[in-house]
Design a protein around this ligand. Structure first.
Ligand SMILES: C[S@@+](CC[C@H](N)C(=O)[O-])C[C@H]1O[C@@H](n2cnc3c(N)ncnc32)[C@H](O)[C@@H]1O
Ligand code: SF4
Ligand code: SF4
Length: 342
């Protein structure tokens, strides 16, 4: 791992962690997601990643230790997903993705298990069909529950490790205790509270969108909500579950502001690359949610140029300098650790 003091603008080694967006199509309409509002459509045409383009990406990365096979889109919509997983497993990587679980039928579940998937993360955001339909735009919770129960009965929750995820918003926080209990009922061992990311200045991208500052819990936690999170940590502990927030050790820690330049602690521009289904390289999985002007965060295209050229190109160097600076504007980095956790 990199020491803060040794981070330089160019990096000799290619990234060992990669996010690969296997599709940017989706079968949901989540109010928190820019895809629902076709926010990137002018820059990211709709695409399922093909096997050939997948190989063009991963063959250029000699040492992939961890591969996340989602970007902004629903991975189960790509029929080649188990083949991608199997290839990365043969290469020795730890492989995971997030999914809405709507298409997790027996055939897909079996194929992913046979391919050697390490982690399956199911995004729920609500435990009642009504709130689920309101926040995720489709009335699919009963079907997802059926899929999950069947998957767990057939394959257990350890290989792959199955976890449940909830993007924390004012609208759903009251369901957190039942979300933790649902994890226990399903036999899942891990549940996660994820930070809501929204466009830098809190712009409302469309009517009904919940990608807003008002919905975000970060740094605006009322005492009551904080107590609820602490109570859920205790509840999870008593049920034998791991309860965590992405990017931090415990949920309540992840939503407290740390230091005056928190983005400077970010190692992602030195350790990982996020590649969209069209080949665009982006700084991280947070940036597409946070960037007000999408072209600003595109660091190059790895289907058009060698990965190494992109990795050490001018745009990447500018990003690295920005993350190390006292004021990374116009990069979305300026809000990391300030408006959402790192
Ligand atoms: C963009 S989705 C792609 C994978 C899959 N479609 C899913 O929903 O799990 C990846 C993760 O981002 C989460 N997400 C959606 N909107 C978000 C937001 N505004 N801030 C943070 N995470 C968000 C989703 O719930 C999901 O866990
Ligand atoms: S969060 Fe996932 S399921 Fe929801 S619209 Fe975005 S990509 Fe689709
Ligand atoms: S947006 Fe945040 S997580 Fe992404 S590279 Fe910048 S500081 Fe790191």
């Amino acid at each position: 791992m990199f020491e803060l003091s040794t981070r330089t603008k160019t990096v000799a080694e290619l990234p060992t962690q990669v996010y690969i967006e296997v599709t940017n199509h989706c079968n949901s309409l989540c109010t928190s997601c820019p895809l629902t509002f076709d926010h990137f459509l002018p820059y990211e045409p709709k695409q399922h990643l093909t096997w050939d383009n997948f190989r063009r990406m991963v063959d250029q990365l000699p040492a992939i230790e961890r591969a996340v096979l989602h970007g902004i889109g629903e991975p189960l919509l790509n029929r080649d997903l188990p083949r991608f997983v199997a290839h990365l497993k043969e290469r020795g990587a730890w492989v995971l993705f997030n999914s809405n679980g709507i298409l997790l039928d027996q055939a897909r579940g079996d194929a992913l298990v046979a391919a050697g998937l390490d982690e399956l993360r199911i995004s729920l955001d609500a435990v009642t069909p009504e709130l689920y339909a309101r926040l995720r735009g489709v009335d699919a919770l009963p079907r997802i529950m059926k899929n999950l129960q069947a998957f767990v009965a057939r394959h257990g929750t350890q290989q792959p490790r199955v976890s449940l995820w909830l993007v924390g918003m004012h609208e759903n926080l009251h369901q957190l205790p039942d979300f933790v209990r649902l994890g226990a009922t399903l036999g899942v061992h891990e549940v996660y509270l994820q930070r809501l990311v929204y466009f830098g200045d809190g712009t409302l991208i469309d009517d009904g969108a919940t990608m807003t500052k008002d919905q975000s819990l970060y740094a605006a936690l009322e005492a009551e909500q904080q107590q609820l999170i602490v109570a859920c940590e205790q509840l999870a502990h008593s049920l034998g579950l791991k309860f965590q927030a992405s990017g931090a050790t415990t949920p309540h820690e992840s939503i407290a502001v740390k230091g005056s330049h928190p983005w400077q602690g970010c190692l992602r521009p030195w350790s990982l690359m996020y590649i969209t289904a069209n080949g665009s390289a982006l700084p991280c999985c947070i940036s597409p949610f946070a960037a007000t002007h999408y072209p600003d965060i595109v660091l190059g295209n790895v289907l058009e140029h060698p990965v190494l050229d992109v990795w050490n190109g001018e745009r990447y160097q500018t990003l690295r300098a920005a993350v190390l600076s006292e004021s990374p504007a116009p990069w979305p980095c300026q809000h990391c650790g300030v408006k959402w956790s790192l």
